[in-house]
Design a binder for this molecule. Structure first.
Ligand code: GTR
Length: 420
């Protein structure tokens, strides 16, 4: 009897999986439903926003509340203890052009601790303070270079098999042109995102969320994206204490799921003056109402631990959303926003990412700043760089040197930096 039950349960599981696999993903522009984007500049009581003051005191807080309670969850406002300990320093990193520092951050709360290993590359050739790019890596600090001195991030240190291919050095070097970044005068501060929240539905007990009192309301509970955003703000806290870092030139860059988290970080933490989303797609820069590529039902089924449970109500009901992802992007204003897509990354809906970026322009205009306008996407490799920016490059879902060149160009422009 018990066996039969197990068999039936297994079959049900397989059927469910098949149903998900077979879910029809729309890649047909003519099948995009007609939709009207909710207006950024109309308050919940119907009043239009006419000034920066109205935006900052009424409308922006309304939108932050919508995003926190309907999509990403509420970030606790209480601080927990963070200790930092320098584990290693190399003044001759990257062939001598940088100093690397490896710093263990230990977070404590609820009688527990969580550790995250921060890695910084600081340009050796510098006059005064330097701008800083903050961004998570996916595969551990050791994946970013072949340098044997780089310690394993705590998430990878926990792997019991020392021959695990995930411990191989340099497996994501292609995404991190460290020399280019440093040569252009920028410091890089990174850590593995899974140190903050192991990226699986059972990850919470080892995440920083477990250091806080449990959320009072399940619907608005913060989950992985909220935790990753919180962790980026802790990297910013560390940067704030560094004598070589220019606090007014802080950048956050995130790819894909970390693009989503980078945007949510930038929305909440105004210390980030430039916010960059690389191929962030659904739940990131792409408009949900277009229902092109990955949709809400697909993402909340595959990653139930990313968004707050209230977001599930929009699965297969995108038309009922009273907001869309341009709300998230508009939270960056009047700071600098840059969104990038890849041509073959239809899953992330490049056009939806572009249109959401365009849709933020009325808010920038309120500040007297130029956003991107028009409904025509730029051609491949023709970056648009106003106060906000956008590009689409050839190729697949990834981070390439081309993307980084554009990001650094955009940051130079934002910070009025002239390269020699
Ligand atoms: C995919 C997910 C995307 C994106 C991507 C990534 O599986 O559906 O939303 O986040 O992962 O992070 O690489």
């Amino acid at each position: 009897m018990k066996r039969l039950f197990v068999l039936v349960a297994l079959m049900a599981g397989v059927l469910q999986l098949n149903a998900q696999e077979k879910r029809e993903i729309n890649y047909d522009e003519s099948a995009v439903p007609a939709y009207i984007l909710p207006d950024l500049l109309t308050c919940l009581d119907g009043q239009p926003v006419k000034s920066v003051t109205e935006w900052e005191t009424v409308r922006r807080p309304e939108i932050m509340h919508i995003l926190a309670t309907q999509e990403y969850g509420l970030t606790p406002q209480t601080a927990i203890e963070m200790k930092s300990k320098l584990m290693a320093e190399d003044p001759h990193a990257l062939g001598g052009i940088a100093t690397s520092q490896q710093v263990m951050l230990t977070f404590s709360g609820q009688g527990k601790t969580v550790k995250a290993l921060l890695l910084a590359y600081i340009p050796n050739q510098r006059q005064g303070k330097v701008p800083v790019v903050v961004g998570y890596n996916f595969q551990g600090n050791h994946s970013m270079s072949l340098d044997e001195n780089i310690l394993y991030s705590p998430f990878f240190e926990r792997l019991t098999d020392r021959n695990d291919p995930q411990l191989k050095r340099g497996i994501q070097m292609n995404r991190w042109p460290l020399e280019m970044i440093v040569k252009r005068g920028y410091a890089l501060v990174t850590m593995d995102y899974q140190d903050i929240y192991p990226d699986n539905p059972a990850g919470e007990p080892l995440s920083v969320i477990s250091l806080f009192p449990p959320s009072k309301d399940n619907d608005t509970k913060w989950q992985a994206i909220g935790a990753w955003a919180w962790g980026s703000s802790r990297m910013a806290d560390w940067v704030e204490q560094q004598p070589w870092a220019d606090q007014d030139r802080l950048v956050i860059m995130g790819h894909s799921r970390q693009g989503k988290a980078a945007l949510w970080t930038g929305a909440q933490d105004t210390r980030f003056r430039v916010v960059i989303s690389n191929d962030s797609g659904c739940g990131g820069a792409a408009l949900s109402k277009r229902q092109f590529g990955e949709d809400i039902a697909t993402i909340v089924n595959s990653f139930p631990h990313w968004f707050c449970p209230a977001f599930n109500q929009y699965a297969d009901r995108e038309e009922s959303l009273s907001f869309d992802q341009h709300y998230l992007l508009a939270m960056i204003a009047p700071r600098h926003l840059y969104v990038a897509s890849a041509q073959e990354d239809r899953w992330a809906d490049p056009k939806g990412e572009f249109l959401a970026t365009v849709a933020t322009s009325p808010v920038y205009r309120l500040y007297g700043l130029d956003g991107i306008v028009g409904s025509q996407m730029p051609a491949i490799h023709q970056p648009l760089m106003q106060h906000t920016g956008y590009h689409i490059r050839a190729g697949v879902h990834d981070v390439t040197d081309y993307d980084w060149q554009c990001y650094l160009d955009f940051c130079d422009k934002a910070f009025s930096i002239k390269q020699d």
